[in-house]
Ligand binder design. Structure first.
Ligand code: DLL
Length: 393
């Protein structure tokens, strides 16, 4: 498969490391071998400086705003200069090329468009690669199906759970023209990959990213390797640390991903703690790219749940529940995937109508949860740490 930017993506590692060191020094005035001594940046720092406190350029130089899909307090606002948008488009073009996309490929983007980075991120990447983009955005599955059938897209970009929902809706998903899928924004497994591949007869690839660092395209898998997402190391330095001690873990060991952006202008981040747990390898890949690869995200360091691409913090659900008169502070969050889409059920004790609680959760957090009001005493009481979340996925 042709590589979109071979000069960067296949750069010999010693040269790449020199480039990284130069860019780190230019941006932060820090030597590469002193990076691990620097303080971490955390999400709460970004939140505390809401909305624009951490911008390093005047807002007039920013041409775009996005926000994380988090439900904890206010959204985290991020901003991009014209050059940041161009780099982001390059990274997403790399991801699409790594999925077999080429100029002229029809790319169907069913990630949400708007403040969420998924839709516009892949959209600009597809245009950058000179593909033909179908900006379907999320939702309205019958229309997605119709467009996929009629416009014969070769590449589908959406969350893995939504891909399966689309497959379910179609009588014969295998009859579409899809060759590859660029799936991410939520945790998924090899089992889900196989189910999607079987349904559509395509190659399903992982794409990872987070708004704070850029959006989708921080890393992405290639068709040839299909075994770990290549991190765009000419733009992002990756460290993997023990979430407790903050010390580096060994190559191939699972730890928290920490990114330093070495080309971003509007919102450069030094040692940003993602909360995402994964391992990283620098072993060569058969595709020829020299960039390190990260494993699937195997978990999170905090209590954040990702439900249909929306980040949900149990502590926030608790906060909302406890503001409703008549509810007891006994609750449990049950996350299931009855078919392909995640479902959140909030079980709580008290004397309030479920519809009231449901409406309040929707209003305060923008989440669409089922609510079950249970008899007093029916939720298991904790004998130590409370088990607030039952993740049955
Ligand atoms: O989800 C960016 C994105 C859009 C990535 C489209 C891929 C495709 P946020 O809304 O800021 O940004 O959420 C970021 O989502 O810290 C992870 O916990 C989770 N996440 C993103 N990609 C993956 C993935 C976008 N491939 C948070 N596997 C991250 C598992 C993922 N989790």
């Amino acid at each position: 498969m042709p590589i979109f930017q071979p000069e960067q993506e296949t750069m010999p590692r010693p040269e790449l490391e020199r480039l990284q060191a130069d860019r780190l020094r230019a941006r932060f005035g820090i030597e590469r071998d002193r990076l691990a001594e620097q303080p971490f940046t955390t999400k709460s720092q970004l939140r505390d400086s809401y909305p624009f406190g951490m911008l390093k350029v005047p807002l007039t130089e920013c041409i775009r705003i996005h926000a994380s899909s988090g439900t904890r307090g206010k959204a985290t606002i991020v901003a991009y200069t014209r050059n940041d948008i161009a780099v982001w488009a390059d990274c997403c073009a790399r991801a699409l090329a790594a999925a077999g996309g080429a100029p002229g490929s029809v790319v169907h983007v069913a990630y949400g468009y708007g403040l969420f980075t998924g839709g516009l991120g892949l959209h600009y990447g597809a245009e950058r690669l000179a593909c033909t983009v179908v900006p379907a955005s999320g939702g309205n599955t019958p229309r997605q199906a119709q467009l996929l059938e009629d416009l014969r897209a070769e590449i589908l970009c959406c969350t893995p759970s939504y891909a399966l929902a689309i497959a379910d809706y179609l009588d014969d998903p295998g009859s579409l023209a899809l060759r590859a899928g660029v799936f991410g924004a939520e945790p998924w497994t090899e089992g889900l990959r196989e189910a999607i591949e079987r349904a559509f007869g395509l190659t399903a690839l992982d794409i990872y990213g987070l708004s704070e660092v850029m959006g989708p395209g921080v890393s992405a898998e290639c068709v040839e390797g299909r075994d770990g997402a290549h991190i765009n190391e000419d733009h992002f330095l990756v460290e993997v640390v023990d979430p407790e001690s903050g010390e580096a873990v060994g190559e191939g060991e699972v730890g928290e991903l920490v990114f330093t952006t070495i080309t971003k202008e509007a919102l450069p981040l030094l040692r940003y703690r993602t909360g995402d747990l994964a391992s990283v390898t620098r072993k060569p890949c058969k595709c020829g790219r020299t960039f390190a690869r990260m494993s699937r995200i195997v978990g999170r360091t905090d209590d954040m749940l990702v439900i249909r691409g929306v980040n949900v913090f149990p502590s926030e659900v608790e906060r909302v529940l406890l503001e409703i008169p008549g509810l007891e502070p006994h609750y449990q969050l049950v996350v299931e995937r009855p078919q392909h889409l995640d479902e959140l059920t909030v079980q709580v004790e008290g004397d309030v109508r479920a519809s009231v609680v449901r409406a309040q959760l929707d209003r305060a957090l923008g989440i669409n949860a089922k609510v079950e009001i249970l008899r007093p005493g029916s939720i298991p009481r904790s004998e130590g740490k409370a088990l607030r979340v039952r993740d049955l996925r």
